[in-house]
Design a binder for this molecule. Structure first.
Ligand code: FE2
Length: 375
């Protein structure tokens, strides 16, 4: 589909943008929250800041709240069979359940999006206790994924009601700063519907689009659109598979996740070399980049501050745009199924997503797919 066609398909009347401050947290449903929390604490340098489970009076589930600068992950597991959490894990494996958005007024946000046709996932609720007022409500987005609107400015407690403060820091943060973007994969032909959803319900706009020619290799392809709000504090790229000689990496994801869902979470750092060195020391595995990528790099990106040999040793990718350049790297999947992974990104004036790296990156992903027998 040509870019203009995608942009124009079913374009609704301009909808007033829903005011959103930024990403509040991301919640993962996992098979073993204790062990997954250990992985994110030790592997990615997160601190434990809050907990809920049997010890706090919670009978059905357990959650570890992990924080590093402005990134909050909630790792949740089930204490019982036949819960919404075990169903999610059985179908999807470990994965993202919630992309939570922080708002000034959750009541207004929730009634606005419901009025615009969003479907309720968890009804709006207000909680008042000695810590103040906490308000939230959740709606469905692609697959089993939900958006929760969180209002916490009048709440002083640990993370959220029912959570207790439980602090454990390993004392060695690795420089992760904030969530840069969160990417979803949807089925063939569904991207226009999801563009429409974010326009109609959130009043978001298309920030960038990529067609099959931008994102293709000899074998597989995808098309993509990035939805954002006016100040770009929320960036939500959405991919759908495109026809290729072999199976698109997006289709592989959909086959294993069984439904649309979050493909990757991109987290920013102010020094990607130090951050990736530390991640590698801790055993986090990244996609490998062919040597030829670095041979072609000086000509492709021109002068950069970093030493290319350092980047090559660590496998960090570089892309230049009009406003500057960015450095990025992608982990291997972080659970058994080839589904969710992380991106580490450092922006030096560039606001895009590394379009110039797509080909090198996808060839690296296809190598992995081939190793898994899925190409
Ligand atoms: Fe990304």
């Amino acid at each position: 589909m040509a870019q203009s066609e995608l942009a124009d398909k079913g374009r609704p009347e301009k909808v007033t943008e829903l005011p959103v401050k930024g990403f509040d947290h991301v919640e993962l449903y996992v098979g073993n929250a204790l062990q997954a929390a250990y992985y994110y604490q030790h592997g990615f340098g997160f601190d434990l800041v809050a907990f809920r489970g049997l010890e706090t009076g919670e009978r059905d589930k357990v959650s570890y709240v992990l924080k590093q600068q402005n990134v909050t992950l909630v790792i949740t597991g089930s204490l019982k069979p036949d819960t919404e959490i075990t169903e999610h894990i059985s179908l999807h494996g470990d994965g993202v359940k919630t992309i939570a958005l922080q708002v000034q007024d959750a009541s207004a946000a929730f009634s606005t999006v419901i009025g615009r046709g969003a479907k309720i996932a968890i009804p709006y609720g207000e909680h008042t206790d000695e810590n103040g007022l906490f308000r939230q409500g959740s709606i469905h987005t692609y697959g089993s994924t939900i958006h929760t609107f969180v209002e916490r400015h009048a709440y002083k407690g640990a993370f959220a009601p029912t959570f207790k403060t439980r602090k454990k820091s390993l004392g060695k943060p690795i420089g992760l700063l904030a969530i840069d973007h969160i990417v979803g994969n949807v089925e063939v032909g569904k991207l226009p519907d999801w563009i429409d959803f974010y326009r109609r319900v959130f009043g978001f706009r298309i920030y960038q689009e990529f067609d099959a020619k931008d994102i293709s290799t000899q074998y597989s392809a995808l098309i993509s659109a990035v939805m954002t709000n006016e100040n770009t504090s929320i960036k939500l790229p959405i991919n759908e598979p495109a026809e290729g000689l072999r199976k698109s990496q997006i289709q592989e994801y959909l086959d294993y996740y069984q439904e649309p869902g979050v493909q990757h979470i991109a987290i920013s750092t102010a020094n990607i070399i130090d951050t990736v060195k530390e991640l590698r020391n801790r055993g986090i595995k990244f996609l490998t980049v062919p040597k030829s990528y670095y041979e072609a790099l000086p000509e492709r990106v021109g002068k950069i501050d970093e030493n290319i040999d350092d980047l090559a040793v660590l496998g960090i990718l570089v892309d230049r745009e009009a406003g500057g350049y960015l450095l990025q790297i992608f982990t291997k999947p972080v659970q058994d199924r080839p589904t969710l992974f992380f991106e580490i990104i450092q922006r030096k004036g560039a606001t895009g997503f590394g379009k110039g790296n797509f080909k090198a990156l996808f060839e690296a992903i296809e190598n992995e797919q081939a190793h898994r027998g899925n190409l």
